[in-house]
Design a protein around this ligand. Structure first.
Ligand code: PSU
Ligand code: MN
Length: 302
């Protein structure tokens, strides 16, 4: 593992560090925009008093904290980065590949590096079954890793393209506490609210940090999911959202894609069919989440 000097120094001094993922850059946002977001999220983390550590795999090496050249590489579609979930780390390392890390793999690497807080956009979850099928069997490894790794992840819930009810149930079964950050409902990424309540609510970074510290000390060893709804002014229009959702689901069914290719295809449809409106929402929520993550990190004991 190669930890950037700034990150290593901050960790050694017990200063706040926030992990950031690279799949959102390489596979979740269009080229050009992704590079601007990469810098913007790091700036927000710094402004909130923490050190950003963007995580990726380059030439088979786990990288924690990326310099400009590495961020350029991650954000350039010509680099052809693979999407690496937790199971892909071993192969990518041994075969010396380049890859972007999902929430699952970013969480594992962050924990190994000694970073306990991670800010991002949307969590992977349980996918809806095809019409007539009992199950999609497509359950993101994000849930599994969160169940077994003591890292706090700040996100805006899961997209409404997923089965939110099933995702919330799996989080409960796998003993992952869900904290609504200034909300009583589980957010649906582009929309502030879903039909589902969160079991716990916190209203300040200090309070979130207290819960995380107590969970680490006396909980079952899992991570903590902090859900922060997209800021009001950036919420996607409800009608537009519902239309994009219906179209996206039909597209996935028709295109016969599966596994890790499903989420990028849906994201791409939302972004093009909304003429960028969903991108603005996506960017706004990521920036808001990494700020909250940094604020929480500054309240946690080293
Ligand atoms: N949801 C988003 N944007 C994303 C992702 C999810 O709104 O970029 C990415 C994250 O990296 C997440 C991953 O960890 O997709 C989940 O993919 P899968 O469902 O294949 O596990
Ligand atoms: Mn999946």
């Amino acid at each position: 593992m190669l930890v950037a000097e700034e990150v290593a120094t901050a960790l050694a001094q017990g200063r706040a560090v926030v992990a950031l993922e690279s799949t959102i850059l390489a596979h979740g946002l269009p080229a050009g925009r992704n590079r601007k977001v990469a810098t913007a999220v790091e700036d927000v983390v710094r402004a909130a008093g923490a050190v950003p550590a963007t995580i990726a795999v380059l030439d088979g090496q786990l990288r924690v904290g990326l310099d400009d050249a590495a961020l350029d590489r991650v954000c350039d579609p010509a680099s052809g980065l693979a999407k690496l979930s937790a199971r892909d780390l071993g192969p990518a390392i041994a075969l010396r590949r380049d890859g972007a890390t999902t929430i699952a793999s970013t969480t594992l690497i962050a924990h190994a590096a000694g970073i306990g807080v991670f800010g991002t956009g949307g969590l992977g979850g349980v996918h809806l079954p095809a019409p007539g099928a009992a199950s999609s069997w497509d359950v993101s490894a994000d849930l599994d890793v969160l169940a077994t790794t003591p890292v706090a992840v700040v996100c805006s819930g899961v997209k409404s393209v997923l089965d939110i009810a099933a995702t919330v149930e799996v989080l409960e079964t796998r003993s992952v506490p869900v904290l609504g950050y200034r909300t009583d409902t589980f957010p649906a990424f582009y929309r502030r609210e879903s039909r589902f309540e969160v079991p716990w609510r916190v209203d300040t970074p200090a309070s979130a940090a207290e819960v995380i510290a107590a969970h680490r000390a006396d909980g079952p060893g899992s991570g903590v999911l902090v859900v922060n709804p997209v800021p009001h002014e950036h919420e996607l229009d409800a009608d537009l959202h519902d239309r994009l959702l219906a179209e996206g689901m039909a597209m996935v069914a028709a295109a016969d894609v599966r596994g890790g290719d499903v989420t990028p295809l849906l994201l791409e449809h939302f972004h093009t069919a909304s003429e960028g409106a969903s991108l603005d929402t996506n960017e706004a929520l990521v920036l808001a989440n990494v700020r909250v993550a940094a604020e929480i990190a500054t309240h946690l004991p080293a």
